[in-house]
Write a protein that binds this ligand. Structure first.
Ligand SMILES: [Zn+2]
Length: 233
């Protein structure tokens, strides 16, 4: 029986081995693509994570506070509200940054009034940089150019401020960077150890500045974008 059973047993063992080999080989074959897929997926996830850390917060100056009280900001040469221009610029800047893979959030509410009068808690951690957008006005509409204001907390590294100033100066003709600790929003951001700037893009009550801006909006957005991108270079 043994001699008879042996071929069967051999055949059985052979079949079993073949089956195991087949299953094993299949599993092994599957394993490699799976491993590669997993690795690729892991790399993609990692890149996504890195991209997610590329986050800029854009604060559009003025606008409505928590009670609905509206602050127009400065009034432009043609009667346009600064708050409207800030919002428009914020959205354009967000689009522009996204073209470079940089995510950003926009706050359109009146952050200043919410902080100052209603103790609204704002947490800025998680952002690489906060830019607060404004347009300037002077008493008689005679001032021109770009101004960038920073809090003394940020004084140790003004490279991004300088980059944005340099980019904008090619358009607006002049840009000035100065320290001022009186700005509540900037102070609050800085005290949370997040680098930030307040940008007074140009003087909207000055005819030549305002016209320059209206005719070159895309160039202004690109200039601010290129300056901000230096954060990641
Ligand atoms: Zn303003």
């Amino acid at each position: 029986m043994r001699s008879k059973r042996n071929p069967i047993r051999t055949f059985f063992l052979f079949s079993l081995s073949a089956l195991l080999l087949l299953v094993g080989g299949y599993a092994l074959g599957q394993r490699f693509p799976l491993t590669i897929q997993t690795t690729l997926f892991a790399q993609t996830s990692l890149e996504d994570d890195i991209e997610l850390t590329h986050r800029i917060l854009i604060i559009a100056g003025h606008g409505s506070d928590v009670t609905g009280w509206y602050d127009s900001g400065a009034i432009a040469y043609d009667g346009e509200y600064e708050a409207t221009l800030n919002n428009e610029l914020a959205k354009s800047l967000q689009n522009s940054l996204s073209n470079y893979g940089v995510d950003s959030d926009i706050l359109t509410e009146n952050v200043y009034r919410n902080m100052m009068y209603y103790d609204e808690p704002y947490v800025f951690s998680g952002y690489d940089f906060v830019i607060e957008l404004h347009f300037n006005a002077s008493d008689r509409g005679t001032y021109t150019g770009t101004e960038i204001i920073y809090n003394s907390y940020n004084a140790s590294d003004l490279s991004v401020h300088q980059a944005v100033a340099d980019e904008l100066e090619t358009l607006s003709g002049s840009s000035m960077i100065y320290e001022d600790d009186e700005f509540l929003v900037q102070r609050t951001i800085a005290q949370q150890n997040i680098p930030s700037m307040l940008l007074e893009t140009i003087y909207i009550d000055n005819y030549s500045d305002y016209t320059l801006y209206l005719n070159n909006k895309a160039a202004f957005v690109d200039a601010i974008t290129q300056g901000l991108l230096t954060i990641y270079r």
